[in-house]
Design a protein around this ligand. Structure first.
Ligand code: CTP
Ligand code: MG
Length: 223
């Protein structure tokens, strides 16, 4: 069994503020996205790696062995473009979607997510998520706390996210792509079942400048 992977790297990185695409910012001697590509190369169940890139910038994504696809206006549009390229070349049963902004993803987590979805016929998607360690409160319109949520029922959603391709394609076709911050929410909106797999605490997302320093430290620790 070999599953295609789609690494979405087409964002502009406004919050990082590096003056160019976040995926190309240097992290520990490599462009940020290359760390994710490396993890997917090492995953046993991944056989092809597609990367959604900022429009017009494919020639700057030079990691060997990847297929570049032009990204779209929002993250979900980039996933839609990538999925269209993947299904134009074959009919895989599952696909793994990952944010280039999470350079510390491990091959073990990728493989566990693929195997986990393959083994559970009830699920349409299996997504990496971390337990919530802060207490989370919901605010009213006036900014005053309305309630404290039960932390034991909450998770913080990450990538990789593995999908049954047919369901993801249908969910993308019918969903509100501009409003979705991940693809699993499109599956939920379409009535599908989404399971979670616990990700290790190091699977951080690079969003603001301080995250790059933390990612460099964690990569050094893992080496
Ligand atoms: N992404 C994408 N296409 C877009 C927007 C985002 O492929 N149109 C990707 C990003 O490259 C990133 C992932 O989705 O790997 C998560 O998005 P985020 O962390 O928000 O990255 P950016 O959108 O680049 O950052 P910002 O929101 O600060 O501009
Ligand atoms: Mg963004």
């Amino acid at each position: 069994m070999g599953v295609p992977a789609l690494i979405v790297a087409a964002g502009s990185g406004q919050r990082l503020g590096a003056g160019g695409p976040k995926a190309l910012v240097e992290l520990a001697g490599r462009p940020l996205y290359a760390w994710s590509v490396e993890a997917f190369r090492q995953a046993s169940w991944v056989d092809r790696i597609y990367v959604a890139v900022p429009p017009g910038q494919a020639d700057r994504f030079t990691e060997p062995g990847i297929v570049t696809v032009e990204g779209g206006e929002t993250r979900s549009h980039s996933v839609a473009n990538g999925l269209a390229a993947i299904t134009a070349e074959g009919s895989p049963e599952m696909v793994v979607v990952h944010d280039a902004a999470r350079p510390l993803v491990s091959p073990a987590l990728i493989d566990a997510a693929v195997i986990g979805l393959d083994a559970d016929v009830e699920l349409h998607a299996l997504i990496a998520a971390a337990p919530v360690t802060d207490t989370v409160k919901r605010l009213g319109e006036d900014g005053v706390v309305v309630e404290t949520l039960n932390r034991s029922t909450l998770v913080s959603v990450q990538t990789p996210q593995v999908f049954r391709v047919g369901f993801l394609r249908d969910a993308i076709a019918t969903g509100d792509l501009a409003a979705a911050t991940d693809d699993a929410s499109l599956i939920e909106a379409a009535g599908g079942s989404v399971g979670v797999i616990e990700s290790p605490s190091g699977n951080i997302k690079v969003t603001v400048p301080g995250d790059l320093d933390l990612a460099a430290l964690l990569l050094e620790r893992n080496r």
